[in-house]
Design a protein around this ligand. Structure first.
Ligand code: SF4
Length: 647
């Protein structure tokens, strides 16, 4: 039987296990990526594990999420990260140089490589044939130390692309169409492999818009085969020699197939407040738009902003609409500036911003209360923009530019009546921005860690108890995101390296008494519905509940990265059925009747949960041998140390 492209790359990197869906496999990692909000803990854990030097081919530390230095705590974090990259041998991308995924694809992403990144949109370079996976920070730490990364072998699903995109339909509409069809849970446990004749019609940056947002489907990763388009892009970024041809075998067997005819697509839009709440733009037309933002790791490339500049050239944005353009990388800004496009956009009324995640996580450009914001980003979870009752829509740069011109949501095809032509996709001859903000390990300016007062310690958990009992401290709905668990807004983000302080904000967006109640109870459980922990890779969403004494989470299902983070920090993730979920109330007393430690160690899957000493239900622990060992020892850090000592 032939192999899928995913299987070929995994096979090349396999150090343990077999490529059978559901089986745990260990793979060698070639590249790692981390960013400022997850990176501080990555390096503190690297230090705590006694590791001395990065072992992967490439390790890159980006400063992109919080680049504004509002407070010495931000600057302390940036200085610590630069010192850690220098001390341990990673590339360092300075604040303002751009978003990790954009800078990484310009400089390092390469076909056939594996990458692990402590950011959920790490799969972006799948558009170049790199198999890239988002993970918790400590997983990245361990991989950077040279150890394999362990993951359940996902199912490989073919997304067969046919036809060619018509004018005004874009790569963003391809992924919005998949979200419309499959929902934010549709990719869970899967790697989406793009196949079919439509693939060759998409440039590599368009492919990377699609692979970037595969994360919103919950997919483990997304990947395209390589071809002339891949080669062309690598040549344009000056790395043509890194091209290798990668295709699945003709007789490769996929677990499933989804067919998308590109020629059927039209401009789409995700309505508030989930990326899968997708309709044709024409259905949302007429809504007044107070803010438009073009940028992010999804649509912040040179080739994403150029169409906007072309559409705005010689025109003016609506007086009622704030229009912001924030490129994904300084290289994109520099190139657009040298070619005069920045001036054109400024003349049209655009507020041109630095290359940063910023507004994507509510740092800057927070929408006005009770207003509509249209963004080219990948997520519109409620409150993520920095205001609780936001109305954020997600769309392509072309739809965003059309709204900026008209002051309302409008199908961009209607602009043709005003003489606005479809801008199409155009790549520069060369991506030739300067590289002054990317410091290679051999140019490092520091050789020891610099820790300001905001840099705290790595929190540790005791070994697992035999008796787990406590209150159901909080009962939550379906689709709770990591933004709900640990918000990423500026007032909170600056404590990512200070868990003692950060934990005070745990689940504050769901219940602002939770952190205090959890600290007072010193133990207890979280209860949630489906897809608990979807969204980002931030391990703080497991670390902070652990720090507050939470012992376990009872949920109907868990999002992949968050589930791994729970094991990494020694919290027991138990699956309950819908009836049990419905019956448990917040405040109920919960006791796991079995000897939990013995059960975890012996491979027991079903545990009896007694509620209020009144009724019982079954909860399931699905865990590999390695995950059970980690739970028993109190998490991945003590487990890794034990492994290193030969225990
Ligand atoms: Fe940054 Fe937003 Fe992309 Fe995350 S999703 S890397 S916050 S731009």
């Amino acid at each position: 039987m032939g192999k899928t492209l995913t299987e070929k790359i995994l096979d090349d990197h396999l150090v343990e296990g077999e490529l059978t869906p559901g089986e745990e496999i260990g793979i060698e990692i070639d590249q790692v990526l981390t960013q400022d909000t997850t990176g501080t803990m990555v390096w503190l854990q690297f230090e705590a594990m006694g590791l001395e030097e990065v072992q992967t081919e490439i390790a890159a530390q980006y400063c992109d999420h919080q680049t504004y230095q509002f407070d010495f705590k931000n600057t302390d974090d940036h200085r610590f990260l630069r010192s850690a990259a220098g001390t341990f041998g990673a590339h360092f991308s300075r604040p303002g140089n751009g978003i990790c995924h954009n800078v990484h694809r310009e400089n390092f992403a390469a076909p056939g490589k594996t990458m692990l990144g402590s950011d959920s949109h790490t799969p972006t370079p799948g558009g170049l044939g790199e198999l890239a996976i988002g993970a918790g920070g400590i997983d990245v730490t361990v991989a950077m130390g040279g150890a394999p990364y362990y993951i359940e072998m996902p199912e490989v699903v073919s997304v067969r692309l046919e036809g060619e995109l018509p004018e005004w339909a874009t790569a963003k509409d391809v992924i919005l169409e998949l979200l419309r069809r499959l929902s934010v849970k549709g990719g869970v446990g899967k790697i989406l492999e793009y196949t079919g004749p439509g693939v060759e019609t998409l440039t590599a940056p368009e492919r990377m818009t699609i692979t970037n947002m595969g994360t919103e489907l919950g997919a483990t990763s997304s990947i395209f085969p390589t071809d002339e388009q891949t080669k062309d892009y690598l040549e344009r970024v000056g790395r043509g020699e890194e091209y290798v041809e990668l295709q699945p075998d003709d007789d490769a067997e996929y677990h499933d197939e989804i067919v998308v005819d590109l020629s059927d697509l039209e401009p789409l839009i995700a309505q508030p407040s989930m990326p899968d709440n997708v309709v044709p733009v024409s259905e949302a037309a007429g809504e007044d738009v107070e803010q438009v933002i073009v940028g992010s790791c999804t649509n912040g490339g040179y080739e994403d902003i150029l169409p906007v500049a072309k559409m705005l050239e010689g025109r003016e944005v609506s007086m009622e609409t704030e229009t912001i353009v924030a490129p994904g990388s300084k290289q994109a800004s520099e190139m657009l500036a040298r070619q005069g496009w920045v001036a054109e956009m400024m003349a049209a009324g655009v507020n041109f911003s630095e290359a940063t995640c910023g507004a994507c996580i509510g740092i800057g450009h927070v929408p006005a209360s009770d207003s509509v914001s249209l963004r080219t980003f990948n997520r519109n979870f409620e409150g993520r923009s920095g205001i609780e009752d936001d109305n954020v829509y997600l769309c392509s740069p072309e739809v965003a530019a059309a709204a900026a011109l008209k002051g309302e949501i409008v199908d961009p095809r209607e602009l043709e009546d005003d003489g606005v032509d479809a801008p199409g996709v155009e790549l520069p001859d060369q991506y030739d921005g300067s590289k002054t903000d990317l410091i290679a390990p051999d140019e490092a300016v520091d050789d020891e860690l610099i820790k300001g007062p905001n840099i705290g310690d790595v929190p540790l958990k005791d070994e697992l108890d035999s008796n787990l009992a406590g209150e159901a401290l909080l009962k939550m709905d379906d689709n709770i995101t990591t933004d709900h668990i640990i918000p990423a807004t500026q007032d909170i983000l600056m404590y990512r390296s200070n868990i003692d302080k950060l934990s005070e904000f745990t689940l504050s967006r769901v219940d602002d008494t939770f952190a205090q109640r959890a600290a007072d109870a010193d133990g207890g459980f979280l209860v949630a519905g489906e897809n608990y922990g979807q969204g980002s890779s931030r391990e703080h969403a497991a670390m902070c509940p652990m720090y507050l004494g939470i012992e376990g989470v009872l949920a109907q299902s868990f999002a992949r990265i968050h589930r791994a983070n729970l094991f990494n920090f020694g919290l027991v993730p138990l699956i309950i059925d819908e009836d049990t979920y419905e019956k448990i109330d917040q405040g109920d007393d919960i006791e796991i009747v079995d000897d939990v430690r013995e059960g975890v160690e012996s491979g027991q899957e079903e545990f009896t949960v007694r509620v209020n000493d009144d009724w019982e239900a079954t909860a399931t622990l699905n865990a590999s041998r390695r995950e059970r060992d980690m739970l028993s020892l109190g998490g991945k850090l003590p487990w890794t140390k034990q492994q290193a000592e030969g225990g």
